[in-house]
Design a binder for this molecule. Structure first.
Ligand code: DX5
Ligand code: ZN
Length: 228
């Protein structure tokens, strides 16, 4: 368990995009702290979702809710500025994408945005270590990126623990995000291992009462016990 505040970030990928205004209202009233926006380009991942328009729309309707934008795209350095100008508060880019990662992270921070580094399940944590001084959040994918509704990969848990240990030991000001297959059952081991930003799509939006779903997820996260 971590001493950092728990943050719940519903992923709009799982919302009803045909009724985005109503869905935004539902998220706003749900008690969730953040909103997670998955941008997919059909190259870095085999799926296409949405771009800056979605961020701009949500910025307009969500008030001051933090917009957490997850770029699953190649060459994120080319598009970072557009997403910040559209209203992103946090921008996470992948270590595995085609760009000079440290330079992209600098660019994001220079624009006054929170910088996040995302890594896929097979990528070892040691590759992220040199970049920890440049980021505010480390996003550990708990599914292979590209689609919502996939099963949580429990083999990522040791990586969460390892990241938590190094971040604590080195005293970095970095949140740990888990993304993919997060629900009431899977959130507990993630929080025990050290995650504090919890992204959830399907598990929240498939429930008719989003406020209740967020409350239940939070209760489950809070019941997590400290692990080794
Ligand atoms: C997956 C995305 C996730 C996705 C999570 O590539 O990065 O943010 O929306 O969806 P669920 O919670 O349905 O696994
Ligand atoms: Zn995501």
């Amino acid at each position: 368990m971590t001493s950092r505040p728990l943050i719940i970030a519903p992923s709009v990928l799982a919302a009803d995009l045909g009724r985005i205004d109503e869905e935004a209202e539902r998220i706003k009233k749900s008690g969730a702290e953040w909103v997670h926006i998955d941008v997919m380009d059909g190259h870095f991942v085999p799926n296409i979702s949405f771009g800056t328009n979605m961020v701009r729309t949500l910025r307009k309707v969500m008030g001051d809710v933090t917009l957490d934008v997850h770029l699953m795209i190649e060459q994120p350095d080319r598009y970072a500025r557009d997403f910040v100008e559209a209203g992103a508060d946090c921008l996470s880019v992948h270590l595995e994408a085609r760009h000079t990662v440290s330079r992209t992270l600098d660019l994001i921070r220079e624009m006054g945005c929170r910088a996040g580094l995302a890594i896929n399940p097979p990528t070892l944590f040691k590759h992220a270590v040199p970049l920890l001084p440049k980021i505010q959040q480390l996003l550990l994918m708990t599914v292979n990126p590209g689609f919502g509704g996939q099963a949580f990969l429990s083999e990522v848990l040791p990586k969460i623990r390892e990241a938590r240990e190094v971040i604590l030991r080195q005293n970095y000001d970095v949140d740990i995000t888990v993304d993919g297959g997060i629900g009431e059952d899977t959130v507990r081991p993630c929080v025990s291992a050290g995650a504090n930003i919890l992204v959830a799509g399907t598990a929240l939006f498939r429930q008719p009462d989003l406020t209740q779903a967020v409350a239940n997820l939070r209760k489950s996260a809070q019941s997590a016990t400290v692990s080794g």
